[in-house]
Design a protein. Structure first.
Length: 563
RNA sequence: CUCCCGGUAGCUCAGCUGGAUAGAGCAUCUGCCUUCUAAGCAGAGGGUCGCAGGUUCGAAUCCUGCCCGGGAGGCCA
């Protein structure tokens, strides 16, 4: 519809001025007084042609062809062209929605194979609330991309090796000694969280006495390195323990995410890149003259592509950097032949983007395929107070704790209802409420109320035929038809979300729609003795219910029939 | 010092690819339940869109400078 209007306007404009190439818009006006559709084309053209916008608007309208479905077209305000639809067309979309038909509502013209990587937090500890935001966002975005007809692969990159994995192994090792009734002192850089003790308990059981030191061993090392020297000297393959706990912790993460309605198609282990020797191979694929040895290390000249400084690939101790793995990982993503590759990263990684882009270009790959979305931080507020969180002490609130506290639906909604580039202050008290203050309850309540109207029909044995009732929508009062305008705006909201990779407009829309419904519901009884009018109101309600259901599904939020 | 994000009502935020009178929710105040869920509804007050310039018929929106808050600038990941 929007496209048709756009094209008609464009044709008309070209008749008047063949060179006109300005970008004008066709929008749904906020105020329904301004028609069903509105365009600023005359204002844009007037600028180019230095003519009076209102006069130009009249010219454009008289040159318009093919808008059979318009009831009237007016010039208003500074020179807006407002289009009012014929009544039957006005009702055509809502009929489909009421029947639960959302096909083609959002359709990518050229469906793509898309790789969506998100969260990918280190398996050295549990998922915390910050990751939760990415998780909610990524999974909902995946739903949206799929609705548009794309094939989406959701992936989690597991950093299951390197120094941090070994440090985790050591942290668990030390706690195991504690479980074995030794006095221990945890070095500063070890992981200190409570979950380490759980891992230690499991590891102790699993290894049946292995990795428990003898009584006469000295256990009072102060630094990580001293500890590493000790365990490497004592055990043939200390990484066996590290790998075991990394695996345990990854499983924990997987569990937390699944509970949170986040399911991946693929868990990609960093270690697999090493097993296939892909680090070395991808480095060789970088442009030869952009890799050089200096100060004992191997460097990549990312400054050639605008990065602030060159980056190390292989350290002087011959250990590849995280960046080197990441080059191999991205090379692998490209090799898997996706049309689009989306990374969702925490905003703290923004400085990392130029070097990754640089490496992709140096590999001779199309950097435009890769899109990185950044998500800002999450802070928590409870009883008016900020909940303190700090990286150093490991005092992050775990996602699972938040979910236990406020529920999955609330948590997902409030993560999604804020645009990603905005830091999010999560109000725990608000998210816990079970009244209208809590938007997710408010939306779900609207849905449940409509379901209960349907039940009431059955209970009272009232004959209701949806298809027939949908032909009676014109009986609605003018104020009630305004809701239909809002309903008709659903595709534009989805389109906006899709185009901009955002979900918050959908959240706001659903709340808005619910609000309009609650007013409608409260104004007077939906079910009444005035059969035809009653049918029309029920049909409208059902359309709203279906949209709420459709929207909440995309957001990954439950949609109860009864509350 | 450089880069990124934010600054809109008392609070939390939409609006930002230039358009019509700057919008919601919360909080505050006033009303509404014998009848489909009051887990709700109706109404009222509340604004220097951080500041200063600029571009334009038109700026919260675009450009420049500055101020404030948060984040990033490892041979950590």
């Amino acid at each position: 519809m929007k496209d048709e209007i756009f094209n008609s306007l464009q044709k008309a404009s070209l008749k008047i001025s063949p060179e006109f190439a300005g970008s004008f818009q066709v929008t749904k006006p906020q105020d329904s007084q301004h028609g069903d559709w509105s365009s600023n084309i005359a204002l844009i053209m007037a600028k180019e042609m230095k003519k009076n916008p209102r006069e130009l608007a009249v010219e454009i309208i008289s040159a318009l062809e093919g808008l059979d479905y318009s009831e009237k077209i007016e010039v208003a305000g500074a020179g807006f062209i407002n289009i009012y639809l014929k009544e039957d067309l006005f009702f055509s979309q809502i009929r489909n929605y009421a029947l639960g038909d959302f096909k083609g509502l959002l359709q990518e013209k050229e469906p793509k194979k898309i790789l969506l990587e998100y969260v990918s937090s280190n398996p050295t500890g549990p998922i915390h609330v910050g990751h939760g935001r990415s998780a909610a966002f990524g999974s909902a975005l995946a739903n949206l991309l799929k609705v548009a007809g794309n094939k989406v692969t959701q992936e989690y990159y597991v950093n299951d090796r390197g120094l941090q994995a070994k440090t985790l192994g050591l942290s668990v090792f030390i706690r195991m000694q504690e479980l074995d009734n030794k006095k221990i002192v945890l070095p500063e850089d070890c992981y200190a969280g409570e979950y380490i003790k759980d891992l230690a308990t499991k590891a102790k059981k699993h290894f049946k006495g292995k990795y428990l030191v003898k009584k006469d061993d000295n256990l009072f090392f102060e630094t990580l390195n001293e500890w590493f020297e000790y365990v490497d000297a004592t055990y043939e393959n200390f990484l066996e323990l590290a790998n075991y706990v990394i695996e345990l912790q990854t499983e924990e993460i997987k569990k937390d995410l699944e509970v949170f309605q986040v399911k991946y198609d693929n868990w990609f282990n960093e270690s697999s890149l090493y097993e296939k020797d892909l680090i070395q191979k991808s480095i060789k694929n970088l442009k030869n003259n952009e890799v050089e040895k200096k100060d004992g290390a191997l460097w990549f000249k990312s400054t050639n592509y605008g990065d602030e400084k060159d980056r190390v690939l292989i350290r002087d101790n011959e250990e590849p950097t995280y960046f080197a793995s990441d080059i191999a990982y991205h090379k692998d993503k490209y090799d898997r032949d996706f049309d689009e590759i989306i990374n969702i990263w925490g905003a703290d990684h923004h400085g990392y983007i130029p070097r990754v882009k640089a490496s992709i270009e140096s590999l001779g790959l199309d950097a435009k395929k890769l899109k990185t979305l950044l998500i800002q931080f999450v802070s928590l507020k409870e009883k008016g107070q900020k909940v303190q969180m700090s990286t150093r002490s490991g005092e992050f609130v775990e996602l699972s704790d938040l979910v236990d506290e406020v529920g999955i639906d609330s948590a997902r909604y409030y993560f999604l209802a804020r645009k990603p580039e905005q830091a999010l202050e999560f109000d725990i008290d608000l998210a816990k409420k079970t009244n209208k203050d809590n938007h997710v309850y408010y939306i779900q309540y609207a849905h449940a109320r409509i379901c209960s109207i349907k039940k009431e029909l059955k209970k009272r044995k009232i004959d209701f035929n949806l298809k027939e009732s949908l032909e009676k929508l014109s009986l609605l009062k003018e104020t009630e038809k305004e809701i239909i305008s809002l309903v008709n705006g659903y595709p534009e909201i989805l389109e906006q979300c899709y185009k901009n990779n955002e979900l918050h407009p959908l959240c706001f829309y659903l709340r808005d729609l619910s609000s309009k419904f609650h007013s409608f519901y409260n104004a007077e009884k939906i079910i009444s003795d005035n059969k035809d009018y009653s049918d029309a109101k029920i049909a409208l309600s059902i359309a709203i219910k279906e949209i709420i259901n459709n929207g909440l599904n995309i957001l990954g939020i439950g949609c109860p029939e009864k509350m």
